[in-house]
Design a protein around this ligand. Structure first.
Ligand code: IPE
Ligand code: IPE
Ligand code: MG
Length: 225
């Protein structure tokens, strides 16, 4: 996955954790925390554009998150429909949307049709933008991605090498992560961009995702520069 040497713009990847705890501290239901998290992401995209970040990749929903209570999952799905629906805003910012996750036609994929539609529309309607690339991980798992890439490399390439695995990742053009952020005091790597994050600096913060603001982003960026 060689990086274009002329592209010096940073790739920041965020594990957006702590929505539930943010809500709990306020005596609110967890779903309110997810709503605040989605709004914070929309605000952070603006800041990231202002900072001239090249690639912002966010973990919206993992392959493991389907095990959460149905009402919570439904709420999060609705928020992704809303997030992918922010096309006017993203066009105004010249942001190109991508999605990373289990392909809709794969056996294990679980993304409902209405979310698939929102994803396809956001990608198509922002495809002409030339600024920051915002990649939203939904129904994503780093291990699933690697298993699929290795399977394809075995059947479609001459052999399994770093290069052939890299070519068969969900989004081969995604550059290596420069800074990996995890919010809410969890000092753990999750099942996120396991291949792409090799070599990334890691920014852990106590702030829960809805509070991850401009100052937080700057602190994360300081690790990369
Ligand atoms: C992150 O917040 C959002 C998703 C995983 C979808 P959490 O819902 O994990 O919040 P906490 O970790 O319980 O506080
Ligand atoms: C990580 O948060 C996944 C997303 C942010 C989508 P989780 O709250 O699901 O992760 P664990 O279970 O604490 O590792
Ligand atoms: Mg969590």
């Amino acid at each position: 996955m060689p990086r274009d040497e002329t592209d010096l713009r940073l790739h920041v990847a965020c594990i957006m954790d702590g929505n539930g705890r943010w809500a709990g501290r306020r005596g609110l239901p967890r779903t309110d925390g997810h709503t605040a998290g989605e709004e914070n992401l929309a605000a952070l995209v603006r800041v990231a554009v202002k900072r001239n970040i090249g690639w912002l990749t966010v973990f919206g929903f993992s392959t493991e998150n389907w095990r959460r209570p149905r009402p919570e999952v439904r709420h999060i799905l609705g928020l992704h429909e809303k997030l992918f629906g922010r096309v006017a805003e993203l066009n105004e910012l010249n942001v190109k949307v991508q999605w990373i996750g289990r392909p809709f036609d794969s056996r294990e994929a679980r993304t409902p049709k209405y979310v698939q539609r929102a994803i396809r529309k956001a990608i198509a309607d922002t495809a002409q933008n030339t600024g920051m690339v915002l990649t939203i991980a939904f129904d994503y798992g780093g291990r699933s991605e690697l298993v699929a890439a290795v399977e394809q490399a075995r059947t479609e390439s001459d052999g399994i090498t770093s290069a052939t695995i890299g070519e068969h990742l969900y989004l081969p053009e995604l550059p290596p992560v420069d800074v990996l952020v995890r919010t809410s005091g969890e000092r753990r790597v999750s099942n996120f961009l396991l291949w792409q994050a090799a070599g990334a600096a890691i920014y852990f913060t106590e702030a829960p995702w809805p509070d991850f603001d401009e100052a937080e982003l700057d602190a994360a960026l300081a690790l990369a520069r």
